[in-house]
Design a protein around this ligand. Sequence first.
Ligand SMILES: [Zn+2]
Length: 115
Amino acid sequence: MKKPKIKYCRLGLSNRYENYIEINQKLKRKKYKKLRNYIIKHEEGHTLNEFDLFHEFKIPPRIIPRLLWFIITTPETWIDFFPIQYKNKKLIYDSNMLILYIMIIAIIFGYYLII
Ligand SMILES: [Zn+2]
């Protein structure tokens, strides 16, 4: 498969599109080289048509502190954690995120019903 092109964006952490990968422009910085390489690899690993929630959790443990730190210190990336976004004048939703949120709500709700 052909490697997708990399584009840098101001908002969001990273996204996979049909022909390209979009990653946050702050990842261009030298100090984020390792993290950037990981994110690119992760996005390349996304299959576009399939439902691949599990892929989101295949984060190597050694990269987690670096990734969390980048997300916490870069508020522009938080937009990627909303299940519904308004981007390029279009309302788009992330089915993986949507399912994740429904699961969390269901767990909280289920827990509330039990006690
Ligand atoms: Zn992903």
